[in-house]
Design a protein around this ligand. Structure first.
Ligand SMILES: NC(=O)c1ccc[n+]([C@@H]2O[C@H](COP(=O)([O-])OP(=O)(O)OC[C@H]3O[C@@H](n4cnc5c(N)ncnc54)[C@H](OP(=O)(O)O)[C@@H]3O)[C@@H](O)[C@H]2O)c1
Length: 334
Protein backbone atom coordinates (compact mmCIF):
# COMPACT_ATOMS: atom_id res chain seq x y z
CA UNK A 1 0.00 0.00 0.00
CA UNK A 2 1.26 3.46 -0.91
CA UNK A 3 0.75 5.87 2.01
CA UNK A 4 -0.47 9.25 0.78
CA UNK A 5 -0.55 12.65 2.50
CA UNK A 6 -2.70 15.54 1.27
CA UNK A 7 -1.22 18.98 1.91
CA UNK A 8 -3.68 21.91 1.80
CA UNK A 9 -6.66 19.70 2.53
CA UNK A 10 -9.38 22.34 2.47
CA UNK A 11 -9.08 23.17 -1.25
CA UNK A 12 -10.92 21.89 -4.31
CA UNK A 13 -8.09 19.82 -5.76
CA UNK A 14 -7.55 18.24 -2.32
CA UNK A 15 -11.13 16.98 -1.96
CA UNK A 16 -10.98 15.71 -5.53
CA UNK A 17 -7.74 13.85 -4.78
CA UNK A 18 -9.28 12.31 -1.67
CA UNK A 19 -12.31 11.07 -3.62
CA UNK A 20 -10.10 9.37 -6.21
CA UNK A 21 -7.77 7.87 -3.59
CA UNK A 22 -10.72 6.39 -1.68
CA UNK A 23 -11.29 4.21 -4.78
CA UNK A 24 -7.63 3.26 -5.13
CA UNK A 25 -6.85 -0.39 -4.37
CA UNK A 26 -3.13 0.20 -3.69
CA UNK A 27 -3.12 3.57 -1.89
CA UNK A 28 -4.28 4.69 1.52
CA UNK A 29 -4.62 8.25 2.83
CA UNK A 30 -2.63 8.55 6.04
CA UNK A 31 -2.20 12.27 6.69
CA UNK A 32 -4.28 15.38 5.99
CA UNK A 33 -2.85 18.82 6.67
CA UNK A 34 -4.15 22.38 6.72
CA UNK A 35 -2.83 25.72 7.89
CA UNK A 36 -5.75 26.52 10.15
CA UNK A 37 -8.66 24.08 9.98
CA UNK A 38 -7.80 21.36 12.47
CA UNK A 39 -10.77 19.07 12.93
CA UNK A 40 -12.24 15.84 11.56
CA UNK A 41 -12.23 15.82 7.74
CA UNK A 42 -16.02 15.34 7.68
CA UNK A 43 -16.45 18.73 9.37
CA UNK A 44 -14.73 20.37 6.39
CA UNK A 45 -16.23 18.11 3.72
CA UNK A 46 -19.45 16.46 4.97
CA UNK A 47 -19.45 14.38 1.76
CA UNK A 48 -16.62 12.37 3.35
CA UNK A 49 -18.69 11.41 6.42
CA UNK A 50 -18.28 7.65 7.09
CA UNK A 51 -15.86 7.41 4.18
CA UNK A 52 -12.63 8.71 5.70
CA UNK A 53 -11.87 8.73 9.42
CA UNK A 54 -8.96 11.17 9.75
CA UNK A 55 -8.29 14.39 11.62
CA UNK A 56 -6.84 17.32 9.69
CA UNK A 57 -3.67 18.59 11.33
CA UNK A 58 -0.98 21.24 11.00
CA UNK A 59 1.83 20.04 8.71
CA UNK A 60 4.64 18.46 10.74
CA UNK A 61 7.48 17.35 8.45
CA UNK A 62 8.83 14.78 10.94
CA UNK A 63 5.40 13.18 11.24
CA UNK A 64 4.92 13.32 7.46
CA UNK A 65 8.14 11.37 7.00
CA UNK A 66 6.95 8.60 9.29
CA UNK A 67 3.41 8.23 7.92
CA UNK A 68 3.63 8.93 4.18
CA UNK A 69 5.51 7.75 1.08
CA UNK A 70 4.17 10.51 -1.11
CA UNK A 71 2.54 13.91 -0.64
CA UNK A 72 0.00 15.40 -3.01
CA UNK A 73 0.81 19.05 -2.45
CA UNK A 74 -2.40 20.98 -3.20
CA UNK A 75 -1.04 24.42 -2.30
CA UNK A 76 -0.96 27.61 -4.37
CA UNK A 77 2.27 28.69 -6.07
CA UNK A 78 4.76 30.35 -3.69
CA UNK A 79 3.37 28.34 -0.73
CA UNK A 80 4.43 25.10 -2.45
CA UNK A 81 8.09 26.01 -2.84
CA UNK A 82 8.23 26.81 0.87
CA UNK A 83 7.24 23.24 1.83
CA UNK A 84 8.28 21.01 -1.08
CA UNK A 85 12.06 21.06 -0.35
CA UNK A 86 11.39 20.13 3.29
CA UNK A 87 9.20 17.21 2.25
CA UNK A 88 11.82 16.00 -0.25
CA UNK A 89 14.60 16.33 2.32
CA UNK A 90 12.51 14.19 4.67
CA UNK A 91 12.45 11.42 2.03
CA UNK A 92 8.84 11.90 0.92
CA UNK A 93 8.04 11.98 -2.80
CA UNK A 94 5.96 14.93 -3.94
CA UNK A 95 3.44 15.55 -6.69
CA UNK A 96 3.10 19.33 -6.64
CA UNK A 97 -0.08 20.87 -8.05
CA UNK A 98 1.27 24.41 -8.26
CA UNK A 99 3.28 26.14 -10.96
CA UNK A 100 6.42 26.39 -8.80
CA UNK A 101 8.32 23.56 -10.53
CA UNK A 102 6.75 23.64 -13.99
CA UNK A 103 8.69 26.49 -15.61
CA UNK A 104 12.34 25.58 -16.14
CA UNK A 105 13.64 29.11 -16.66
CA UNK A 106 13.73 30.77 -13.23
CA UNK A 107 13.66 34.30 -14.70
CA UNK A 108 10.60 33.42 -16.76
CA UNK A 109 8.92 31.93 -13.69
CA UNK A 110 9.65 35.03 -11.62
CA UNK A 111 8.46 37.35 -14.39
CA UNK A 112 5.29 35.34 -14.94
CA UNK A 113 4.34 34.73 -11.31
CA UNK A 114 5.82 37.94 -9.92
CA UNK A 115 7.52 36.20 -6.98
CA UNK A 116 11.10 35.25 -6.26
CA UNK A 117 11.78 31.52 -6.65
CA UNK A 118 13.12 30.31 -3.31
CA UNK A 119 13.92 26.72 -4.38
CA UNK A 120 15.45 26.95 -7.86
CA UNK A 121 17.68 23.88 -7.33
CA UNK A 122 14.71 21.53 -7.32
CA UNK A 123 13.31 22.81 -10.63
CA UNK A 124 15.83 20.68 -12.54
CA UNK A 125 14.85 17.65 -10.42
CA UNK A 126 11.15 17.94 -11.25
CA UNK A 127 9.55 15.81 -13.96
CA UNK A 128 6.78 17.56 -15.86
CA UNK A 129 3.76 15.44 -15.01
CA UNK A 130 2.00 15.01 -18.32
CA UNK A 131 2.24 11.21 -18.62
CA UNK A 132 1.26 11.00 -22.30
CA UNK A 133 4.34 13.04 -23.27
CA UNK A 134 6.83 12.60 -20.40
CA UNK A 135 6.15 9.16 -18.90
CA UNK A 136 9.81 8.08 -18.82
CA UNK A 137 10.85 11.12 -16.77
CA UNK A 138 8.00 10.59 -14.29
CA UNK A 139 8.93 6.95 -13.56
CA UNK A 140 10.83 6.91 -10.28
CA UNK A 141 10.88 10.73 -9.92
CA UNK A 142 10.97 12.19 -6.42
CA UNK A 143 9.26 15.40 -7.53
CA UNK A 144 6.61 15.73 -10.20
CA UNK A 145 5.31 19.12 -11.31
CA UNK A 146 1.68 18.43 -12.13
CA UNK A 147 0.75 20.50 -15.20
CA UNK A 148 -1.69 23.37 -15.29
CA UNK A 149 -5.26 22.56 -16.31
CA UNK A 150 -5.36 24.67 -19.49
CA UNK A 151 -1.88 23.46 -20.59
CA UNK A 152 -3.00 19.83 -20.19
CA UNK A 153 -5.83 20.23 -22.70
CA UNK A 154 -3.80 22.42 -25.09
CA UNK A 155 -0.64 20.34 -25.05
CA UNK A 156 -2.43 17.05 -25.62
CA UNK A 157 -4.43 18.71 -28.40
CA UNK A 158 -1.41 20.19 -30.20
CA UNK A 159 1.42 17.67 -29.73
CA UNK A 160 0.50 15.30 -32.61
CA UNK A 161 0.33 18.17 -35.12
CA UNK A 162 3.49 19.91 -33.93
CA UNK A 163 5.58 16.76 -33.60
CA UNK A 164 4.63 15.76 -37.14
CA UNK A 165 5.40 19.29 -38.38
CA UNK A 166 1.93 19.66 -39.91
CA UNK A 167 1.19 23.18 -38.62
CA UNK A 168 3.06 26.47 -38.28
CA UNK A 169 4.55 26.61 -34.78
CA UNK A 170 4.11 30.40 -34.52
CA UNK A 171 0.50 30.79 -35.66
CA UNK A 172 -1.65 29.04 -33.05
CA UNK A 173 -4.59 30.43 -31.08
CA UNK A 174 -5.83 28.53 -28.04
CA UNK A 175 -9.30 29.78 -27.15
CA UNK A 176 -10.47 28.27 -23.86
CA UNK A 177 -13.36 28.27 -21.44
CA UNK A 178 -13.29 26.99 -17.87
CA UNK A 179 -15.72 26.36 -15.03
CA UNK A 180 -15.30 28.47 -11.90
CA UNK A 181 -13.62 25.80 -9.75
CA UNK A 182 -10.52 26.58 -11.81
CA UNK A 183 -9.79 29.56 -9.57
CA UNK A 184 -9.88 27.55 -6.34
CA UNK A 185 -12.06 27.76 -3.25
CA UNK A 186 -11.04 31.15 -1.91
CA UNK A 187 -13.66 33.89 -2.04
CA UNK A 188 -13.38 36.82 -4.45
CA UNK A 189 -15.88 39.36 -5.76
CA UNK A 190 -15.75 38.12 -9.38
CA UNK A 191 -16.72 34.61 -8.28
CA UNK A 192 -19.46 35.72 -5.87
CA UNK A 193 -22.73 34.01 -6.94
CA UNK A 194 -24.66 37.08 -8.23
CA UNK A 195 -21.58 38.23 -10.17
CA UNK A 196 -20.75 34.87 -11.74
CA UNK A 197 -24.12 33.12 -12.09
CA UNK A 198 -25.28 32.95 -15.75
CA UNK A 199 -22.17 34.89 -16.72
CA UNK A 200 -19.25 34.38 -19.11
CA UNK A 201 -16.21 36.57 -19.63
CA UNK A 202 -12.64 36.59 -20.86
CA UNK A 203 -9.66 37.42 -18.66
CA UNK A 204 -5.86 37.43 -18.66
CA UNK A 205 -5.79 38.92 -22.17
CA UNK A 206 -2.37 38.25 -23.71
CA UNK A 207 -0.74 37.64 -20.34
CA UNK A 208 -2.24 34.51 -18.79
CA UNK A 209 0.33 32.57 -16.74
CA UNK A 210 -0.38 29.30 -18.52
CA UNK A 211 0.82 30.66 -21.88
CA UNK A 212 4.59 30.35 -21.12
CA UNK A 213 3.99 26.86 -19.73
CA UNK A 214 2.26 25.70 -22.92
CA UNK A 215 5.03 27.22 -25.06
CA UNK A 216 7.80 25.65 -23.00
CA UNK A 217 6.30 22.16 -23.00
CA UNK A 218 5.43 22.11 -26.68
CA UNK A 219 8.80 23.60 -27.66
CA UNK A 220 10.62 20.93 -25.62
CA UNK A 221 8.51 18.11 -26.95
CA UNK A 222 8.44 19.17 -30.59
CA UNK A 223 11.92 20.61 -31.04
CA UNK A 224 10.89 23.93 -32.56
CA UNK A 225 10.11 27.28 -31.01
CA UNK A 226 6.36 27.22 -30.39
CA UNK A 227 4.67 30.60 -29.98
CA UNK A 228 0.95 30.81 -29.36
CA UNK A 229 -1.81 33.13 -28.21
CA UNK A 230 -3.85 31.76 -25.33
CA UNK A 231 -7.18 33.36 -24.45
CA UNK A 232 -9.10 31.96 -21.45
CA UNK A 233 -12.72 32.64 -20.46
CA UNK A 234 -14.74 31.60 -17.45
CA UNK A 235 -18.36 30.44 -17.54
CA UNK A 236 -20.83 29.85 -14.72
CA UNK A 237 -20.48 26.11 -14.38
CA UNK A 238 -18.65 24.28 -11.60
CA UNK A 239 -16.09 22.33 -13.55
CA UNK A 240 -14.74 21.57 -17.02
CA UNK A 241 -12.42 23.01 -19.64
CA UNK A 242 -13.13 23.15 -23.37
CA UNK A 243 -10.53 24.51 -25.76
CA UNK A 244 -10.86 25.36 -29.43
CA UNK A 245 -7.39 25.56 -30.96
CA UNK A 246 -6.89 27.25 -34.33
CA UNK A 247 -3.81 26.22 -36.34
CA UNK A 248 -2.30 27.14 -39.71
CA UNK A 249 -1.56 23.96 -41.71
CA UNK A 250 1.79 23.62 -43.49
CA UNK A 251 0.65 20.56 -45.37
CA UNK A 252 -2.91 19.62 -46.30
CA UNK A 253 -4.06 16.49 -44.48
CA UNK A 254 -7.59 15.09 -44.91
CA UNK A 255 -9.98 14.88 -41.97
CA UNK A 256 -9.74 11.09 -42.02
CA UNK A 257 -5.92 11.22 -41.93
CA UNK A 258 -6.02 13.71 -39.06
CA UNK A 259 -8.15 11.35 -36.99
CA UNK A 260 -5.85 8.45 -37.94
CA UNK A 261 -2.79 10.47 -36.90
CA UNK A 262 -4.27 11.24 -33.46
CA UNK A 263 -5.47 7.68 -32.95
CA UNK A 264 -1.99 6.39 -33.71
CA UNK A 265 -0.26 9.00 -31.52
CA UNK A 266 -2.43 8.16 -28.50
CA UNK A 267 -3.05 4.47 -29.22
CA UNK A 268 -1.63 3.24 -25.91
CA UNK A 269 -3.02 6.05 -23.77
CA UNK A 270 -5.81 5.02 -21.42
CA UNK A 271 -7.00 8.58 -20.78
CA UNK A 272 -7.02 10.16 -24.25
CA UNK A 273 -10.03 9.58 -26.51
CA UNK A 274 -10.16 10.72 -30.11
CA UNK A 275 -13.68 11.81 -31.04
CA UNK A 276 -15.64 12.26 -34.28
CA UNK A 277 -17.19 15.57 -33.23
CA UNK A 278 -16.29 18.40 -30.83
CA UNK A 279 -16.28 16.95 -27.29
CA UNK A 280 -18.60 18.41 -24.65
CA UNK A 281 -17.48 19.24 -21.14
CA UNK A 282 -20.09 16.86 -19.79
CA UNK A 283 -18.48 13.99 -21.74
CA UNK A 284 -15.41 14.27 -19.52
CA UNK A 285 -16.87 15.65 -16.27
CA UNK A 286 -15.67 13.70 -13.21
CA UNK A 287 -13.33 11.60 -15.36
CA UNK A 288 -9.62 11.58 -16.09
CA UNK A 289 -10.19 11.66 -19.86
CA UNK A 290 -9.01 14.21 -22.35
CA UNK A 291 -11.32 14.10 -25.38
CA UNK A 292 -9.89 15.47 -28.63
CA UNK A 293 -11.33 16.13 -32.09
CA UNK A 294 -9.08 17.47 -34.91
CA UNK A 295 -10.72 18.72 -38.12
CA UNK A 296 -10.15 20.96 -41.17
CA UNK A 297 -12.26 24.12 -41.57
CA UNK A 298 -11.83 26.98 -44.06
CA UNK A 299 -8.10 26.42 -44.56
CA UNK A 300 -7.36 25.99 -40.84
CA UNK A 301 -6.94 22.93 -38.70
CA UNK A 302 -9.10 23.21 -35.59
CA UNK A 303 -8.51 21.01 -32.57
CA UNK A 304 -11.18 20.68 -29.90
CA UNK A 305 -9.94 19.43 -26.53
CA UNK A 306 -11.94 18.93 -23.33
CA UNK A 307 -11.02 17.84 -19.79
CA UNK A 308 -12.35 18.13 -16.26
CA UNK A 309 -10.07 20.81 -14.76
CA UNK A 310 -10.18 19.16 -11.32
CA UNK A 311 -9.51 15.62 -12.57
CA UNK A 312 -7.30 15.35 -15.70
CA UNK A 313 -6.44 19.02 -15.05
CA UNK A 314 -5.30 18.39 -11.45
CA UNK A 315 -6.16 15.57 -9.00
CA UNK A 316 -6.69 12.76 -11.52
CA UNK A 317 -3.46 13.57 -13.32
CA UNK A 318 -1.68 13.67 -9.92
CA UNK A 319 -2.92 10.18 -9.03
CA UNK A 320 -1.99 8.98 -12.54
CA UNK A 321 1.51 10.39 -11.89
CA UNK A 322 1.64 8.77 -8.46
CA UNK A 323 0.78 5.43 -10.07
CA UNK A 324 3.62 5.86 -12.57
CA UNK A 325 6.13 6.87 -9.87
CA UNK A 326 5.32 3.74 -7.88
CA UNK A 327 5.11 1.46 -10.91
CA UNK A 328 1.41 0.75 -10.40
CA UNK A 329 -1.21 0.24 -13.09
CA UNK A 330 -1.76 3.77 -14.40
CA UNK A 331 -5.55 3.50 -14.31
CA UNK A 332 -5.76 2.50 -10.64
CA UNK A 333 -8.26 4.62 -8.72
CA UNK A 334 -10.33 5.62 -11.74
N1 LIG B 1 -8.62 24.36 -9.33
C1 LIG B 1 -8.13 23.84 -10.45
O1 LIG B 1 -8.87 23.56 -11.41
C2 LIG B 1 -6.66 23.57 -10.57
C3 LIG B 1 -6.19 22.88 -11.71
C4 LIG B 1 -4.83 22.64 -11.85
C5 LIG B 1 -3.95 23.07 -10.86
N2 LIG B 1 -4.42 23.75 -9.79
C6 LIG B 1 -3.44 24.17 -8.78
O2 LIG B 1 -3.62 23.34 -7.63
C7 LIG B 1 -3.31 24.09 -6.43
C8 LIG B 1 -4.52 24.05 -5.52
O3 LIG B 1 -5.63 24.59 -6.23
P1 LIG B 1 -7.10 24.57 -5.61
O4 LIG B 1 -8.01 24.92 -6.70
O5 LIG B 1 -7.32 23.35 -4.83
O6 LIG B 1 -6.96 25.83 -4.62
P2 LIG B 1 -7.81 26.15 -3.34
O7 LIG B 1 -9.17 25.55 -3.45
O8 LIG B 1 -7.71 27.62 -3.14
O9 LIG B 1 -7.02 25.38 -2.18
C9 LIG B 1 -5.66 25.60 -1.90
C10 LIG B 1 -5.41 25.27 -0.42
O10 LIG B 1 -4.06 25.58 -0.12
C11 LIG B 1 -3.96 26.09 1.21
N3 LIG B 1 -3.29 27.40 1.15
C12 LIG B 1 -3.73 28.51 0.54
N4 LIG B 1 -2.83 29.51 0.67
C13 LIG B 1 -1.81 29.01 1.36
C14 LIG B 1 -0.59 29.55 1.83
N5 LIG B 1 -0.24 30.81 1.57
N6 LIG B 1 0.23 28.77 2.53
C15 LIG B 1 -0.11 27.50 2.79
N7 LIG B 1 -1.26 26.94 2.37
C16 LIG B 1 -2.10 27.69 1.66
C17 LIG B 1 -5.36 26.25 1.73
O11 LIG B 1 -5.60 25.17 2.58
P3 LIG B 1 -5.40 25.31 4.14
O12 LIG B 1 -5.76 26.71 4.52
O13 LIG B 1 -6.34 24.30 4.67
O14 LIG B 1 -4.00 24.99 4.41
C18 LIG B 1 -6.23 26.12 0.51
O15 LIG B 1 -7.47 25.51 0.80
C19 LIG B 1 -2.94 25.50 -6.91
O16 LIG B 1 -1.57 25.60 -7.04
C20 LIG B 1 -3.61 25.59 -8.28
O17 LIG B 1 -2.98 26.51 -9.14
C21 LIG B 1 -5.75 23.99 -9.60
Amino acid sequence: MIRVAIIGTTGYTAIESIKILLNHPQATITYLTSRAQHCHISEIFPALRDRLDLEVEALDIDKLATVADVALCCLPHKASMEFVPKMLDAGVKVVDFSADYRIHDVDLYEKTYKVEHTDPDNIANAAYGLPELFREQIKGANLVANPGCYPTAATLGLAPLLENKLIACDDIIVNAVSGTSGVGRKAALNWHFPEMNENYFGYGVGVHRHMPEMQQVLTEKCGHNVRLLFQPHVVSIDRGIAETIYCQPIEKVSDAKLIELYQKYYKDEPFVRICDKPPAMKDVANTNYCDIFPVNAKGRVIVFSAIDNLVKGAAGQAVQNMNIIFNLEETMGF
